[in-house]
Design a protein around this ligand. Structure first.
Ligand code: HEC
Length: 149
């Protein structure tokens, strides 16, 4: 093994590790103010992400909804756990596809672990690349959301 190759491998491993940890850091710095550190949400501010996404991401439409919400943001009325929210979810398209996958995987494993399907496939950069390529309206997003309930 040449030294250069070994150095490249070490870099790749280091990058892989930090990507896994970034999800938590990105959540705490960008999402927790509204969705709360424990993902419970706050009435009048933002819906819970804890215990509400695990089942949704078991369907292809639910996965499409979750990745598109992060890319496009969402405004308008939605109901979650019997509470109506009418807030503003900003777009997070400034983050890379890898960062978005890391933050949503953090939300899913940390706050929705109990309801993830047995064959749950973690989100990947490709899910967000697809969402980024499409143009979704809030109306479409709400449609996908109610169909994946
Ligand atoms: C400024 C407050 C705010 C911040 C910051 C924020 N969100 Fe949101 N988020 C909302 C609101 C409000 C909604 C519901 C939108 C609506 O009422 O139409 C929402 C909805 C969502 C949904 C859909 C939930 C559902 O039940 O359909 C997901 C997923 C989500 N946010 C993830 C995130 C992630 C991940 C981050 C950090 C990268 C984040 N949010 C940061 C306010 C915020």
């Amino acid at each position: 093994m040449s030294g250069r190759w070994r150095f490249g491998l070490a870099l790749m491993l280091a990058a892989g590790c930090s990507a896994a940890q970034d999800g938590k850091a990105i959540y705490e710095a960008n999402c927790a103010a509204c969705h709360q550190p424990d993902g419970a949400g706050a009435v009048g501010l933002a819906p819970p992400l804890a215990g509400t996404l695990g089942k949704r991401v078991a369907s292809p439409l639910g996965r499409q909804y979750v990745s598109a919400v992060l890319i496009a943001g969402l405004a308008g009325k939605i109901e979650s756990k019997g509470v109506v929210y009418n807030g503003m979810m900003p777009s997070w398209r400034q983050f890379s596809d890898d960062e978005l996958a890391a933050v949503i995987n953090h939300v899913l494993t940390t706050f929705n672990g109990a309801e993830l399907a047995a064959g749950h496939v973690p989100f990947a950069a490709a899910d967000f690349a697809a969402a980024r390529a499409g143009k979704t309206t809030a109306k479409e997003l709400r449609g996908w959301r109610s169909e994946s309930e």
